[in-house]
Design a protein around this ligand. Structure first.
Ligand SMILES: NC(=O)c1ccc[n+]([C@@H]2O[C@H](COP(=O)([O-])OP(=O)(O)OC[C@H]3O[C@@H](n4cnc5c(N)ncnc54)[C@H](OP(=O)(O)O)[C@@H]3O)[C@@H](O)[C@H]2O)c1
Length: 262
């Protein structure tokens, strides 16, 4: 039981990787606090975890709202005890256009992917610092490693997460609070279900969750997975613009989620 007696809060637990991670951590003994906007999904997950003998509590919130996030995390802590591990996993991804720039989607990505992470940390950090113990983690993305045409809002939001996690990690040295930045490659979740292109080295969400739980247990500073995708992105980050333009032409000519664009 790698997480026995630990209270772990997961944002974005109503779907995808957050959902699977909650199940893995609960199996490993964690009391899990589940938050996201869709209460009915969170309740269904909590019931599944409890039926398997685990402990789960639910408190919906929109992480883009600082007060809502703080209130939800406080409510979860009142039922589960002080947070040992906070996983800021909630995130959204939408294409970004230029004529005009789809500002609403751009702003949503930053409010959820960047501000949402900081709102969640802000809610638990004072307690962790007072206890001199704790662990904060963010689910960023390999997309952080190269700005991509048609995806520059998402890639920039994840680059911001990588950067802030780096600074936080050093700032929190010696405080007893560990920092883990998780950068997945392509994972099969509702977020990627509409992708009609080949996703290299794609993983199932339950597989991803097991790997993420391992990185949390080891308190890995930056966890890029799968390693093949990290190698792929190392190359992608060094490719000339014309290669990227050619590789992503089809995607940009026919963006997925057309309802969300323009
Ligand atoms: N799938 C991939 O290939 C991939 C790769 C790299 C990184 N990631 C990152 O992994 C994380 C999880 O994504 P996923 O693939 O599991 O996608 P997903 O299935 O779409 O899950 C996204 C989660 O975020 C929550 N969320 C979205 N907006 C929110 C808001 N305003 N407030 C609170 N919660 C919100 C959603 O819950 P509600 O809608 O109920 O609020 C949902 O639980 C994201 O940060 C994503 O960027 C995904």
């Amino acid at each position: 039981m790698k997480f026995a007696n630990q209270a772990v809060i997961i944002t974005g637990a109503s779907s995808g990787m957050g959902w699977e991670l909650a199940k893995v951590l609960a199996r490993e003994g964690a009391r899990v606090g589940l938050t996201a906007r869709r209460r009915e999904n969170l309740v269904a997950l909590a019931e599944e975890i409890r039926a398997a003998g685990g402990v789960a509590e639910v408190e919906p919130a929109d992480v883009s709202d600082r007060e809502q996030t703080a209130a939800a995390l406080k409510a979860l802590e009142s039922r589960l005890g002080p947070t040992d591990v906070l996983v800021a996993n909630a995130g959204v991804g939408m294409p970004t256009t230029v004529d005009p720039v789809n500002m609403a989607e751009f702003e949503t990505m930053f409010r959820v992917n960047v501000f949402g992470v900081v709102h969640a940390f802000d809610a638990v950090l004072p307690g962790m610092l007072a206890r001199k113990r704790g662990h904060i983690a963010a689910v960023s993305s390999m997309a952080a490693y190269r700005g991509l045409p048609g995806e520059w809002g998402y890639t920039a939001s994840k680059a911001a997460v990588n950067n802030l996690m780096e600074g936080l990690r050093v700032q929190l040295r010696g405080t007893g609070v560990a920092v883990t930045n998780i950068c997945p490659g392509f994972i099969k979740t509702p977020m990627t279900a509409k992708n009609d292109f080949h996703m290299p080295f794609v993983l199932e969400a339950d597989d991803a969750a097991r790997r993420m739980a391992g990185a949390l247990y080891r308190k890995t500073k930056v966890y890029n997975f799968p390693w093949q995708m990290r190698g792929f992105m190392w190359v992608v980050a060094r490719l000339p613009d014309w290669v990227i333009a050619r590789a992503m032409k089809k995607y940009n000519d026919n963006p997925p989620w057309p309802d969300k664009v323009g």
